[in-house]
Design a protein around this ligand. Structure first.
Ligand code: CA
Ligand code: CA
Ligand code: CA
Length: 217
């Protein structure tokens, strides 16, 4: 029937988008690995040229390690530990985290529960880079982990940590300007299609929005 066809189409579109997201995160990872490989090759060449020098002495070896050692160790650390990190299917990787934009919509509590069921948490934004990345994920308004449920005016993330960076929309958070018609606004969300420099707003927690989950890669 037409309804079935449209459901199939929606499913296929979603799966296509998931694949695109996955490919783009794999491309980023590949680029990082390539950079790392180039650096390792450079280190190897430097070591080779150093070993050919006739005046090789313990002092120059110590100097070499002092100058280049930390970069080399960082590269080895990256290749051994960070490069193996990955995200479950459908999640997008950025830096050391995996992100999932929900397909459902619901209250802030519903979003938080859904993330916790996925061994994740509603997204915590703690750098401008992450703010820009997360802002590009949403196509509609989406819940963040942001809330002042415990103490009015004291904003925290869903995991209980305090804010380190803030990107409120001008005039927000306003707690609905105390208008009883809107009630308390204790949950934070991202406006879509608004500059990443300031797209957070506080809203009633029972408003119906999509949400973004985050967990460690
Ligand atoms: Ca985060
Ligand atoms: Ca509030
Ligand atoms: Ca508001």
């Amino acid at each position: 029937s037409a309804a079935e066809l449209s459901t199939i189409k929606a499913n296929l579109t979603e799966r296509l988008q998931d694949s695109i997201n996955h490919i783009s995160s794999m491309t980023k990872e590949r680029d990082l690995l390539n950079t790392s490989l180039i650096q390792l090759t450079e280190e190897t060449n430097r070591l080779k040229s150093l070993s050919k020098q006739s005046d090789l002495n313990p002092l120059s070896v110590v100097q070499y390690i002092m100058v280049h050692g930390s970069g080399l160790i960082l590269n080895i650390f990256y290749v051994l530990f960070l490069a193996e990190k990955s995200c479950p299917a459908g999640w997008t990787m950025f830096r050391c985290s995996c992100y999932l934009l929900s397909t459902q919509a619901g209250s802030w509590d519903k979003g938080r529960q859904d993330c916790r069921d996925r061994e994740a948490e509603l997204v915590t934004i703690d750098s401008y880079e992450e703010q820009v990345f997360v802002s590009a994920l949403n196509e509609k308004d989406t819940w963040l982990g942001l809330n002042d449920i415990e103490t009015e005016g004291t904003w925290k993330w869903a995991d209980g940590t305090a804010l380190t960076v803030k990107y409120w929309f001008p005039g927000e958070p306003n707690n609905a300007n105390g208008d009883p018609q809107y009630g308390e606004e204790d949950c934070g969300h991202l406006y879509h299609a608004t500059k990443a420099d300031g797209n957070w707003n506080d809203l009633r927690c029972n408003s119906i929005l999509q949400w973004i989950c985050e967990k460690m890669a």
